[in-house]
Design a binder for this molecule. Structure first.
Ligand SMILES: Cc1cc2nc3c(=O)[nH]c(=O)nc-3n(C[C@H](O)[C@H](O)[C@H](O)COP(=O)(O)OP(=O)(O)OC[C@H]3O[C@@H](n4cnc5c(N)ncnc54)[C@H](O)[C@@H]3O)c2cc1C
Length: 311
């Protein structure tokens, strides 16, 4: 299935989701084309030239950074010229801005938050519904072209050096009516939990705000980054940037240690693809144990004490 992947980049860095999209595209059997829309596409064409990519389409535009209408026009142009059957964008803030509009304007099939795809004589995509309580398959009868917003972390990043040629595509859109002005930095002291290898995540089981300091110290001692479930953020104990879950961040650390987190679907949606999940909970029936690789039915304070002794 001919597939077009749209590369995502921010502040001069290729976003990891781009290589995951290439893996998803490869699973559809190819050919795989990657569109790089940037002021200087050559800054990214090397990085996306991985095994399995057949052609890189460089689209030079005036803007340094992402703009909704520029991307929409550029992808429209690539679709018209290349006629892909599937167009893969990240399920990210950027792509959410123009992907649905693109599909609606061109009358294409569309699905968001997709975590599996296959070519079954027609494209079939899997996605979650009802706050990740139900997974469903979506078919696109009557559509020979489909736009999918693909969930970050659902595929392994594509790797291996590729030998794709780079084709320059002259952008023929009318440019942007908006301008990127500047960046708002995250609050001082906040970290990006999505890039951490080891997350120590605390939930309502810690009981009181006063107890938080103990886990901040434990995380530091263990070389982990502290994250949390939503109630701690709602209570103002933890900053938004540390929230894992459906309405927080999607994370995929090598190790996710969950202390006093019950495992509500909205929480699991943000961490269930973590490498190794370790859960500590006093309730043997807690849903977190359904996805944990290792679990301890134990008091989290006792476990924390033992861990402190170990380090
Ligand atoms: C639209 C929507 C979006 C949401 N988005 C998110 C989201 O992004 N992220 C998120 O996390 N939630 C989200 N939620 C909330 C979610 O439904 C749960 O309410 C929340 O995840 C529960 O957090 P928790 O596990 O910390 O608390 P609880 O469910 O109260 O669980 C606390 C756990 O701690 C255990 N415990 C208590 N004391 C101890 C102890 N001493 N030792 C060990 N274990 C102990 C208990 O057995 C219990 O399992 C969302 C909800 C909605 C409706």
């Amino acid at each position: 299935m001919r597939t077009l992947v749209v590369a995502e980049h921010v502040r001069g860095q290729l976003r990891p989701v781009t290589l995951e999209l290439i893996s998803a595209a490869k699973s559809l059997g190819g050919p795989v084309e990657v569109g790089v829309i940037a002021k200087d596409p050559s800054a990214f064409t090397g990085e996306v030239n991985v095994e399995g990519v057949d052609e890189i389409l460089a689209v030079p535009v005036d803007q340094d950074e992402f703009e909704n209408d520029v991307y929409q026009q550029a992808v429209e142009q690539l679709i018209a010229e290349r006629e892909p059957e599937a167009v893969l964008l990240g399920f990210t803030v950027n792509s959410m801005g123009y992907g649905p509009a693109l599909a609606a304007k061109l009358g294409l099939g569309f699905a968001s938050d997709v975590f599996a795809v296959r070519d079954d004589g027609g494209l079939v995509a899997e996605r979650s519904f009802y706050g990740a309580k139900v997974n469903g398959e979506v078919e696109f009868p009557g559509h020979d072209r489909v736009v999918l917003l693909v969930r970050p972390t659902a595929w392994q990043p594509a790797e291996g050096s590729g030998s794709a040629g780079v084709t320059d595509v002259g952008f023929n859109g009318s440019g942007s009516r908006a301008r990127h002005r500047d960046w708002v930095e995250v609050q001082a002291g906040d970290v990006d939990i999505t890039t951490a290898d080891f997350l120590l995540s605390v939930g309502r089981g810690i009981g009181d705000k006063e107890n938080l300091e103990q886990f901040e110290e434990l995380a530091e001692t263990m070389g982990a980054t502290l994250s949390s479930s939503r109630p701690l953020v709602d209570a103002g104990w933890m900053p938004n940037a540390r929230q894992v879950g459906q309405s927080g961040k999607t994370v995929k650390p090598k190790v996710y240690l969950a202390l006093g987190i019950s495992g509500a679907v909205q929480h699991l949606a943000g961490m269930k693809t973590s490498g190794t999940i370790i859960a500590v909970n006093t309730d043997p029936e807690a849903a977190i144990f359904n996805i944990a690789h290792y679990g301890a039915v134990a008091d989290l304070f006792e476990v924390a004490e033992e861990l402190e002794k170990l380090y």
